[in-house]
Design a protein around this ligand. Sequence first.
Ligand code: ATP
Ligand code: MG
Length: 180
Amino acid sequence: MYLKRLDLQGFKSFPEKVKLEFNPGITAVVGPNGSGKSNVSDAVRWVLGEQRAKSLRGDKMEDVIFAGTESRKPQGFAEVTIVIDNQDGRMPVEFTEVQVTRRVFRSGESEYRINGAACRLKDIQELFMDTGVGREGYSIVGQGRIDEILNAKGEERRRIFEEATGIVKYKTRKIEATNK
Ligand code: ATP
Ligand code: MG
């Protein structure tokens, strides 16, 4: 399972459709200050369901939509698609390639799709649960997160290890079952 492609359109500093291709192994994204490196990692967290505008370095969700420059008009929506190679079947679906898409309009409503079919945010969260990918997944370690993990108190640190070891899915189901 690896990140194969990221398509951005109207997301932050990417007004036109851009396709970023990745290969298995290590990829480094390099570029001058302000060129959009962090916007790429914001796009990954956003498409996986990030709801907190602040964590995407904005004030409101609309701030992820390309705001325009002197020579370009603003965009009406932002759309990001993440393409994941699932040939090893680590994701619990029959597809060997999984595409997750999120689109947001200026009104603020988000639309989600899995391999082109409309779905709920919850479906995306379940899809990635215990794969290590996802909004809270350990696969995205932001600046300052290392210190956060090292300084975390018992409970919080346990949560990180639970996600990493793959038992969150069962805990969530247990909570759902006992609440019914
Ligand atoms: P650094 O090396 O300083 O960390 P970076 O390559 O990570 O830089 P980013 O933070 O990804 O850069 O990109 C910042 C740029 O994105 C700024 O120029 C900012 O104006 C632009 N930007 C962010 N949101 C939007 C938006 N909604 N519309 C247009 N441009 C945006
Ligand atoms: Mg940056």
